[in-house]
Design a protein. Structure first.
Length: 359
């Protein structure tokens, strides 16, 4: 297959590109605008491969998208290009509207025109895979809402049938793009699939997100900011497990279906930060525990309290399971950041110095 991957220089996108090039015989056309979060250094392990090509293109640029489709003639699209940081969406929502909604619409229309020109056999085999987030569902009941009872697995999970209830400009823009993708299937017959994933973590993650931010701040002796009480619960998914799941969906998933992808790792933010500190205490010991750097700051506006994915459908229908536990994945992540300080410095130069956004 020839797979067009949008946002392939981003965190999840680059993991998908690396997975495809290293573990399959498929080719990748990486289409990325290279915003602050896109970095070609994340692809140095594959960028010399003859099955990989990069095109610096904005998904809002219809003419350039049409050119890419005409030139490369892909068999599938994996659409990961998106603005994704909730705090940034609170500070400046316009980029999220433009990229996530207008960009997805533009990509759908360019794809539809290309798809309409294919043979009937090629049209039937083609796939448009839209990668989204569990945040479109809003939030779930929290154990603290259950009369103080200790968390148990009887609390509800997000399923593929959960109603949408986005809380932030980011999640609202992703919900909108999900609806557009499904409408292009219903109205025009474009063969689309949607996946909604839980919080990803792992190597090459831009350090505005919780785990890389905490790792780098801890190493530099800076405060480790905890929003509110730190009791917000997220389901953590190792990015390489997610990449495997996404490739499985685009190759064997069924048109018109939605698949929820989660890591089966519900953790409170405070627990995540303390676990990072404990691992760093072993790997890079110092006189005082890293947990002494934890500070509590004003919570994010409209902060969802709990996300949790039911990934039964992925397991039962597509035979996918995460390979990493949270403990093994987090240790691998920390070890990667310790070994790749130069990458960390490069991605922040002139763009972001881990300042607080979204206040």
């Amino acid at each position: 297959m020839k797979i067009l991957v949008t946002g392939g220089a981003g965190f999840i996108g680059s993991a998908v590109v690396r997975h495809i090039i290293k573990n399959t015989q498929d080719s990748v056309i990486n289409v990325d605008k290279l915003t602050y979060a896109g970095n070609l250094e994340s692809l140095v392990s594959v960028d010399k491969n003859e099955r990989y090509v990069f095109e610096q293109v904005d998904i809002c640029d219809r003419a350039e998208l049409d050119r890419v489709f005409a030139h490369y003639q892909p068999d599938a699209v994996m659409h990961l290009a998106a603005e994704s940081h909730v705090d940034r969406s609170i500070t400046g929502p316009s980029d999220f509207i433009q990229t996530n909604i207008v960009g997805t619409y533009t990509l759908l229309e360019s794809t539809r025109e290309y798809w309409n020109g294919l043979s009937e056999q090629a049209k039937k085999a083609f796939r448009f895979h839209h990668i989204s987030t569990d945040e479109v569902y809003g939030d779930l009941p929290h154990p603290d809402d259950q009369d103080g009872q200790i968390y148990n697995h009887k609390l509800p999970l997000f399923t593929e049938e959960t109603s949408y209830g986005p809380s932030s400009p980011y999640s609202a823009s992703k919900a909108s793009s999900d609806h557009l993708v499904r409408a292009w299937l219903r109205t025009y017959g474009l063969p689309t699939i949607v996946t909604n994933c839980s919080n990803n973590y792992g190597p090459y993650h831009f350090p505005e997100k919780l785990i890389p931010l905490v790792i780098l701040n801890a190493l530099e002796g800076k405060p480790l900011p905890i929003y509110g009480k730190g009791d917000q619960i997220r389901d953590w998914l190792f990015v390489e497990d997610h990449a495997r799941a996404l490739y499985k969906v685009v190759t064997v998933g069924n048109v018109g279906e939605t698949y929820n992808i989660g890591g089966h790792n519900e953790k409170q933010n405070l627990e995540v930060v303390k676990t990072i500190c404990s691992i760093l205490d072993v790997l890079v010991p110092k006189e005082t525990p890293y947990s002494k750097q934890i500070t509590y700051v004003t919570d994010r506006p409209g902060h969802d309290r709990r996300y949790a994915i039911d990934a039964t459908k992925m397991s039962d229908e597509l035979n996918w399971q995460p390979e990493e536990t949270f403990e093994t994945g987090l240790r691998k992540t920390i070890e990667w950041y310790l070994a790749n300080q130069e990458w960390c410095q490069h991605v922040q130069d002139g763009t972001y110095q881990r300042e607080r956004l979204g206040i």
